[in-house]
Design a protein around this ligand. Sequence first.
Ligand code: AR6
Length: 170
Amino acid sequence: MRIEAVRGDITEQDVDAIVNAANSSLMGGGGVDGAIHRAAGPQLLEECMELRRTDLPDGLPVGQAVPTAGYALRAPWVIHTVGPNRHRGETDPALLAACFTSSLDVADAVGARTVAFPAVSAGVYGWDPAEVARVAVDAVRGWTGDVELVRFVLFDDAVLAAFTRALDAP
Ligand code: AR6
């Protein structure tokens, strides 16, 4: 598997699946979640609402992942995951690692071979980007399956630098 880190906007990625740093409600929000919903169009929220009515009446638990279509995005799939929220005392790195591995499991299940991730939990949810980068890179390196490319798409230079350092570490 190739793993890379770039600076950019995840909504513009030409990959099979982009991962959304959502919240348990799946009803949208700010940050990357808001950007993905805006770029995908209103059908994305409709599909999320349908998921809540059917499979996920209590919402998506932290560390798990669920797929929807990408609608107006270039990516045919959006994989929604919920990072741990440090402001709520969710400080276990295993929960954050699970976001990355469960998203890759979902990507594999839908046949996605190229996957873009944002820095889950490094924004509103208050994790240190350097820790997110270490956890994310370790989780992806430890995962096995048929995904061929993981691209971390970071919104600013400081977070990109954290991911580049984590990728340079053995
Ligand atoms: N492309 C790539 N990265 C982005 C983009 C983008 N278009 N926009 C923001 N980021 P956050 P969280 C970066 O807060 O911490 C939402 O309201 C951002 O700079 O989006 O997991 C949800 O609904 C940061 O580095 O996600 C939840 O309620 C990273 O994405 C909550 O925020 C993650 O920041 C989730 O918080």
